[in-house]
Structure formats: structure tokens, C-alpha cells
Write a protein that binds this ligand. Structure first.
Ligand code: FE2
Length: 279
């Protein structure tokens, strides 16, 4: 076991768990360097797609909806000047890379399928794991966008909700550069909505509970480089915009259990040629 019973009890009670020094500095730096290489090789001509949680049904274009089994690049909402040119360099304008880095890139594959992560996922009760989604999140200096309060199960829904979200701080995450914030115990409030594919080819939110989040209960999760935060699929969490001069790079991985139902209405899809794989 990599987790003790007390840690598992904390996770079940508050809906998250921060594990300091889970990732070595060298591994953090290796992922950062690889992400920079990928962005360097990315040619944005003709494929500019923006990621924003403010108008998510509008910004979910085909480039986004087809990214479940690809490596694709999404710009910050505030990356562009009114004329359409970038405010900052391309490397300082990307919001995130998603959503199959863990299957398509050797560096991210090796990191995501480490024995430590495999053990941790097993400790959390995922018996037959499948690596569903990965994202490299930049939270760029000056323009890093806010991610509004949400539950990951809204976007990656399984029945029953048997999934873990793993959030790796590749740099120190602070109040200044937009660290995660979460509502302790909020995973017991129930699922508020689902983001699903609509029949016309777009997306929509199915709302089950339109009451506002108790945002006064949000607590900042300031963590050092190398910390991993485990997130319950129903935990309400968010991150504020980054107006500081420092980036806040993070890598995230979502793992589900093969025994659960993963409805076709989920936005993230895999082609038959690239089925989900475990460790
Ligand atoms: Fe999230």
C-alpha cells in the first residue's frame, strides 16, 4: 500500500488528498521540457481552438471534441489581441494540451504508468484501471484563465462514479499563480450537471441541481512542486486566473474502473483503433 488507512479516510471524508513529494523534481522538469517541445512543434495555422470554462458549449468545437484520442493544443481565452494576433509568444499562449498524452507520447506514457501511480490507484479501490484522460495545463503568466467551480464527473461521467483524478503540481501552486481551490466535503453534495454531446453534434449541459456552489467554503490548496492532489470525481473545485508573472504548470490524469459504465454521451471518445488501456 502507498496510502495508509488514515489517508484513505481523509480522502473519503473531504474528497481530496495532497501527497507531498510524490513526484521528483527531475520528473517534473522532464514533463515540463517535453510539453515545451510539443508546443514548439505545434503549428497553429488554421487550427486555433480556445479553451474556456466560461462559455464551454460555444468553445467546444470539433477540434476539441475529437481530441479524446489525440494530442491537441488549446489557447488561453485571453491569448489574442482584438485583431487576432497573439499577445504573448505561442509558448506563453497555450492553455492546455489534451487529452491522450498518456497513450501517444512516450515521456507522458512512462510517467503516467509508473508503479507508484498504479499502486495509489489500486489503494483507492480502482481494481481494473483504465487511463481515460490526460491534460498538461500551463496556467500561463499574466493571461492564465479561471477554471470555474465544477465536478470532474460533470465532464467524465461513469455509473457508478468510480474514477480518480490525479493532479500533479509541476511547479509551486500558490494563491498568486492560481492554485486549485476546493470545497472540503463538497463531494457529498451530489452531481449537479453533466456535459454531454447533443444530437446536433454540439454539446450541452444537463442540469440536475441549479443551486449555486457554496463558494465561501472554497479553500485554496497551495502546494509545492512535486505534490500530487487526488480528487474525488464529485469534489467541487476551481482555480482562479493567473495574473502573476509566474506560470503554474500541472499535469492531470483521470483513471476509471473498467467495470463501470462509461456512457456514449460523454464528450470524450476513443476510436475503435485506440481503446483505453490500463497500466
Ligand atoms: Fe477539474
Amino acid at each position: 500500500m502507498s496510502l495508509n488507512l488514515e489517508q484513505i479516510a481523509v480522502y473519503e471524508r473531504v474528497g481530496f488528498l495532497a501527497l507531498e513529494n510524490f513526484v521528483s523534481d527531475e520528473s517534473c522538469d522532464r514533463l515540463r521540457a517535453r510539453a515545451e517541445e510539443l508546443v514548439g512543434d505545434f503549428d497553429p495555422a488554421g487550427v486555433v481552438s480556445i479553451f474556456s470554462t466560461h462559455e464551454q458549449t460555444r468553445t467546444s468545437d470539433d477540434y476539441f471534441l475529437e481530441s479524446g484520442d489525440k494530442i491537441r493544443f488549446f489557447f488561453e481565452e485571453n491569448a489574442f489581441l482584438p485583431g487576432g494576433t497573439l499577445r504573448q509568444s505561442k509558448a506563453r499562449s497555450i492553455n492546455k494540451i489534451g487529452h491522450a498524452l498518456h497513450d501517444l507520447d512516450l515521456v507522458f506514457d512512462n510517467f503516467s504508468r509508473s508503479p507508484e501511480i498504479k499502486q495509489l490507484v489500486s489503494d483507492l479501490g480502482i481494481i481494473d484501471p483504465l487511463l481515460l484522460q490526460s491534460m498538461y495545463i500551463f496556467k500561463q503568466p499574466n493571461i492564465g484563465g479561471e477554471v470555474t467551480c465544477h465536478q470532474d464527473a460533470t465532464f467524465l461521467y461513469t455509473e457508478p462514479p468510480r474514477m480518480v483524478g490525479l493532479w500533479f503540481a509541476l511547479e509551486d501552486a500558490t494563491l498568486q499563480n492560481g492554485c486549485l481551490c476546493a470545497i472540503p466535503g463538497g463531494h457529498k453534495l451530489g452531481l449537479k450537471s453533466r456535459f454531454v454531446r447533443a444530437k446536433d453534434g454540439g454539446t450541452r449541459f444537463d442540469i440536475f441541481d441549479d443551486s449555486p456552489w457554496p463558494e465561501k467554503e472554497l479553500r485554496p490548496l497551495e502546494v509545492e512542486k512535486g505534490t500530487m492532489i487526488v480528487l474525488h470525481p464529485l469534489l467541487p473545485h476551481m482555480s482562479r486566473e493567473n495574473r502573476s508573472a509566474k506560470s503554474r504548470h500541472a499535469y492531470t490524469l483521470h483513471v476509471i474502473d473498467a467495470s463501470v459504465d462509461y456512457p456514449k454521451s460523454n464528450w470524450l471518445r476513443r476510436s475503435a483503433k485506440m481503446p483505453l488501456r490500463g497500466f
